[in-house]
Design a protein around this ligand. Structure first.
Ligand code: GCU
Length: 436
């Protein structure tokens, strides 16, 4: 374009230059606009949610039986095809090895074990380390929370006896994580997010795993983690091949397989928990594995509990651009095109019905769209009602720090994107009501 400039005709050249500037400003303002995010409720576009209780053939769902035998599987398939993708169904033979067993962890409160789970016959192949806490004074198998941590098992508690995670980690200078390897400096760096002592004193177990054991959180062409078990060679990926969230959800199910033969934990009473990207994961794990007795999604946002069609805070385009490995390739069809999605978060949450589901938000976490998270849960209500469950009556969200609990639970905590003792207090109360 600038080739049109005529150095011999300053007036014409000036006019052409001004025109070019105008065009280029117009494009950059468009680009900028595409990267702007809406935080204004009055600018939420009008949207229509797909009907939870209408089958693909147009018939209505009027009973729990029709939900279970027909509608639920239609919705699950839509999420596999359009959002998370699926992993090959073949059974994997698991092997376990006890790495450590400490009978007096947490000042004598808990038995703490590290159990390595191998996903193949190769000791150097994909594997994950479960960190399992159970109360020492339990007289029978206990209900438990199962969830991934972001910082490695050694980041959960300040005890040098917990092995440093050896898996790939995002570099973080402030935590001494260099060359993608953890160091002593990151020990207990995530302790404030795990109310282990309170969980144990309330009679629950806690099982946690470093999520990067199962699939490193980096766009590596699906070569690492458990993907290497299923995807050989360089064939192009199918549009519905499972991304990292599917891989992480798969890992949670394998952890539950292991817990089923552990006599300290009641595997029929395991609540799957996750924060943020791992909250999206816990919802997908609850949807794909009905053995989870309860599902907790802490500040899960876009692709989690928040309604995507509100286009509030993080968008589908943004999440697929920043994290191209989380979802399946087909999900990209909905970049800047949320209105065309055949599903939304109310259907994701409904896939766990009638099991109790807890969704939590934080007031300052507008990126995750707190109201959209509440509405996702609210609009999942009809599926729970089919089973006679008590859900929320109003689409008006509760005040800050005023939890609402029925057969589903919700709170918006004051403060920022995080997991705090306050959040755990609510989850424990919810678990007392439903897992005891
Ligand atoms: C980013 C991402 C969110 C995600 C969050 C997290 O903010 O945009 O979708 O939930 O990371 O996992 O902490």
């Amino acid at each position: 374009m600038f080739g049109l400039l005529d150095a011999h005709n300053p007036l014409r050249s000036g006019l052409v230059f001004a025109f070019c500037l105008l065009v280029s400003n117009f494009w950059s303002s468009l680009m900028l606009h595409a990267e702007e995010f809406n935080y204004d409720e009055s600018k939420v576009p009008p949207y229509t949610l797909p009907d939870l209780l209408k089958c693909d053939d147009g018939t209505g769902v009027d009973s729990a039986a029709v939900w279970h035998t027909k509608r639920r599987s239609e919705i699950l398939r839509m999420f596999e095809e359009n959002v998370f993708g699926k992993l090959p169904a073949g059974k994997i033979r698991l092997r376990t090895k006890i790495r450590s067993s400490v009978p007096d962890a947490l000042d004598g409160q808990a038995l703490r074990r590290e159990v390595t789970v191998f996903f193949s016959d190769d000791d150097s192949g994909p594997q994950m380390d479960l960190l399992i806490y159970t109360p020492v004074n339990a007289t029978k198998p206990v209900p438990a929370f199962l969830g991934y941590n972001f910082g490695g098992n050694h980041a959960v508690e300040n005890d040098p006896r917990i092995h440093l995670t050896e898996s790939w980690m995002q570099n973080r200078k402030e935590l001494g994580i260099d060359n993608n390897q953890a160091s002593e400096a990151s020990r207990a760096s995530e302790a404030s997010r795990w109310a282990v002592s309170t969980i144990i004193s309330r009679g629950y177990g806690l099982v946690t795993i470093y999520y990067g054991d199962v699939d490193p959180d980096v766009d590596d062409g699906f070569k690492n983690g458990i993907h290497s078990l299923f995807e050989k060679g360089d064939a192009p990926r199918a549009g519905d091949a499972g991304g990292s969230i599917s891989a992480w959800a798969w890992g949670l199910s394998r952890a539950l397989d292991v817990l089923e033969s552990d006599n300290t934990i009641d595997a029929k009473k395991v609540a799957v928990f996750g924060h943020s990207r791992l909250g999206k994961t816990s919802l997908w794990a609850g949807a794909t594995d009905p053995r989870f007795a309860m599902v907790i999604a802490n500040e899960s946002g876009c692709g989690g509990a928040a309604l995507d069609k509100r286009v509030f805070g993080e968008t589908v385009n943004r999440i697929n651009t920043s994290f191209p490995h989380w979802f399946c390739i087909n999900h990209r069809k909905y970049n800047n095109n949320e209105a065309a999605m055949p599903v939304d978060s109310h259907m994701l949450i409904a896939l766990s019905a009638p099991r109790p589901v807890y969704v939590a938000s934080a007031e300052e976490d507008t990126w995750a769209d707190p109201y959209g998270e509440y509405l996702g849960l609210y609009h999942a209500g009809p599926a729970f009602r089919l089973f006679g469950k008590k859900v929320f009556e109003s689409d008006k969200m509760p005040e800050v720090d005023s939890p609402l609990q029925a057969d589903v639970g919700y709170h918006m905590r004051s403060g920022k994107h995080d997991v705090t003792d306050y959040d755990w207090e609510q989850y424990l109360k919810f678990a007392d009501a439903h897992l005891r």
